[in-house]
Write a protein that binds this ligand. Sequence first.
Ligand code: ZN
Length: 152
Amino acid sequence: MKIHLRQIPQDTTVHLTDELDPAFLELDPEEATAITPVHCALDVGVSGGGLFATGRITVGIRLTCVKCLNEFDTTFVVPDFAAQVELDGRESVDLTPEIREDILLVLPTHPRCDADGRTKCPATFRSAPAAPLTEEVEPSTWSALDQIKPKK
Ligand SMILES: [Zn+2]
């Protein structure tokens, strides 16, 4: 996201929004694919020879669950993006590296499709043999009781 300083009036902040092509995220296609543009909503101002920007960044990303290997889509939000850049007489500032860095920070290293707390990961069903095993124990318990009964 390039910001031209002439867009920004002195002593105030401007609200800038932009939709960035997610190619700059350079995600490993084996692990993650951006499925929406990177949406930036930033308040940008200039003070003391520096440019500062704060705001919110959102992007939709398709990840592969490490447990069930299914692909799932999640919207990632950087709720409190903040960057400060020295101006050095420049006329424009490119915040793309800062935006990329913050998005990469919110991406999970071991994505789970049930990380949202609503999805049931199919792999957790498959790897839950505890219930059937307990049921299998019961018949032998009953037959043990049957063996006791006739002795009465
Ligand atoms: Zn899963």
